[in-house]
Design a protein around this ligand. Structure first.
Ligand code: SAH
Length: 400
C-alpha cells in the first residue's frame, strides 16, 4: 500500500491529482462548501469550550486539494476572536503534486524553501508551512488537527487465525495455483501461465503475525478462521495526536489543550476484515492490476484509534458517530436552507439540496452512514458538539 500510494517516483498520490468528477473519486469537502464550514464551526465551539486558548495552530493531515482548509479559513473570517488566535497552519502531505495544488488553492504569495519543505502566506495573511510527516510539525502551541480521509490511506496488515496460530496474508507475485475437482490431494493446477499479484496466507509465522494479533484482547480471543486487518501506522498517528493534546498542559488546562477530528470510513466498533480496495475512474478495480494507478484504501478501525489514544494521552475520545448525525448536530439543515435561499435559480437550489443529501444520506451505504467522525479532546473538558454536547462557554481565561 505504501509503495503503491506514496512511492516517491511512481506512487499514486505522487503523480496525480485524483479528485473530482474527472478524477478517480470525490470527497465530502469537494462535494460542498458546507462540509468545511461545519468543521470550522466545530473547531470554534471546541475552542470556546476550552476557554479560548490564545495561540493556536491548525494542522491538517492529507489535505488533498486544500479545499477543506480553504472553506474553513473562509468561515473563520466571520469569527474574528478565533481567527486572530491562529498563529500558523501546518499541512502534512506526502504528495508534491498535491502540496503544489494546496498552495494554489490557499495562497497568492510565492513559496519560500525551508529546511523541511516550503512555506508561504495564505490569502488571509496567515503563515502556512508544508510537511511530509506529522512528527516534523512543531509542538509549541495548542493544535486543532483535522484528518479527513487520511487514515484510510495508511498501510494495513491482514492476518488469518489458522489451526497453527495467526498467519499473515501477504501479496505474492506468482502464477496463481488453482485446486480443481480432478486434482489429487495436495495437487494444484495452474490455468494461467502469467504471474500475477495476489493475496496468499503464508504457511509460516512472521514477526508481524507474532506481534500484531497478540497486541490486543480484541484479536487474541477470536476463533480459528477469523481474519483481521490492523494498521500499526494508524495507531502511531493516533498516539501522536493524543500526545500533542496532552502535552499542552498548564495549571489552567491540567489535561492539555487542543483537539483532533478524524473523519473517515470504517466500522465504529468492529474490526475491519478484508476491506482493501482500489478505486479508479469512480469504479472499484482490482488492487493488484497496474499498481500505482488506482487509489488504495482500507476501512479505518475507529475502536483501535480510540484505544491507542486513551492509552497514550490525557485525552477523552468521542465517537465514532455517523457523519450524517454529526453534520445534523452541527446545523447542516439550517446552513443548507440559508444557502439555498441565496440561490437565484432553481438549478442552484436543487444543487444545494443534492449536496446536502449526498453528505447526510444514510440509506444504501451512503456517505452519511459509512463515514464516521471521532474527536480527541483533553480529558475533563465538556463533551464536544456533535458528540452529544452543547456549546459550552467556559469564559475566556487565557489558557496559556
Ligand atoms: N483530505 C482530502 C484528501 C484525501 S486523499 C479530501 O478529503 O479531499 C488522501 C490525502 O492524504 C492525499 O492528499 C494524499 O497525498 C495524502 N496522503 C496519503 N498517504 C499519506 C502519507 N502516508 N503521508 C502523508 N500524506 C499522505
Amino acid at each position: 500500500m505504501r509503495q503503491c500510494l506514496t512511492n516517491p517516483e511512481s506512487g499514486y498520490y505522487i503523480k496525480k491529482d485524483p479528485f473530482g468528477t474527472e478524477g478517480d473519486f470525490i470527497t465530502s469537502p469537494e462535494i460542498s462548501q458546507m462540509f468545511g464550514e461545519l468543521v470550522a464551526i466545530w473547531c470554534i465551539t471546541e475552542w470556546i469550550a476550552q476557554r479560548r486558548p490564545q495561540r493556536i495552530r491548525l494542522i491538517e493531515l492529507g489535505p488533498g486539494r486544500g479545499t477543506l482548509m480553504r472553506d474553513m479559513l473562509k468561515a473563520f473570517q466571520s469569527f474574528a476572536p478565533f481567527k486572530n488566535t491562529i498563529v500558523d497552519i501546518c499541512l502534512v502531505d506526502a504528495s508534491p503534486t498535491l502540496r503544489t495544488t494546496q498552495h494554489l488553492t490557499l495562497c497568492d504569495s510565492a513559496t519560500t524553501e525551508t529546511e523541511d519543505g516550503f512555506s508561504s502566506v495564505t490569502r488571509y495573511g496567515i503563515p502556512i508551512k508544508w510537511y511530509i510527516n506529522l512528527k516534523e510539525v512543531p509542538t509549541d502551541v495548542t493544535s486543532f488537527i483535522i484528518a479527513h480521509e487520511f487514515f484510510d490511506a495508511l498501510p494495513i496488515h491482514q492476518f488469518e487465525h489458522t489451526q497453527n496460530g495467526w498467519r499473515e496474508i501477504m501479496v505474492d507475485y506468482s502464477v496463481p495455483q488453482v485446486k480443481t475437482a480432478l486434482s489429487l490431494p495436495g495437487q494444484t493446477r495452474s490455468f494461467d501461465e502469467d504471474p500475477k499479484f495476489h493475496l496468499t496466507v503464508l504457511p509460516y509465522y512472521t514477526a508481524s503475525s507474532k506481534v500484531g494479533p497478540e497486541s490486543s484482547p480484541r484479536y487474541k480471543s477470536l476463533p480459528v478462521k477469523s481474519k483481521i486487518e490492523i494498521s500499526p501506522e494508524s495507531w502511531d498517528v493516533a498516539k501522536e495526536l493524543a500526545l500533542r493534546i496532552s502535552e499542552q498542559r498548564t495549571p489552567k488546562a491540567p489535561t492539555g489543550s487542543g483537539a483532533a477530528l478524524v473523519i473517515d470510513y470504517g466500522p465504529a466498533e468492529t474490526i475491519p476484515v478484508d476491506t482493501l480496495r482500489a478505486i479508479k475512474g469512480h469504479h472499484f478495480v482490482s488492487p493488484f492490476e497496474e499498481p500505482g494507478t488506482a487509489d488504495l484504501s482500507a476501512d479505518v478501525d475507529f475502536t483501535a484509534l480510540k484505544l491507542v489514544a486513551e492509552q497514550e494521552g490525557h485525552v477523552a475520545v468521542h465517537g465514532a458517530v455517523e457523519q450524517g448525525d454529526w453534520l445534523h448536530a452541527l446545523g447542516i439543515g439550517a446552513r443548507a436552507t440559508v444557502l439555498a435561499s441565496q440561490q437565484s435559480t432553481l438549478e442552484g437550489k436543487d444543487r444545494i439540496a443534492k449536496e446536502y443529501h449526498r453528505l447526510v444520506e444514510r440509506s444504501g451505504g451512503a456517505m452519511g452512514k459509512i463515514y464516521k467522525v471521532m474527536a480527541f479532546t483533553p480529558r475533563g473538558t465538556p463533551t464536544p458538539v456533535g458528540f452529544g454536547g452543547e456549546v459550552m462557554d467556559q469564559g475566556d481565561d487565557d489558557v496559556e
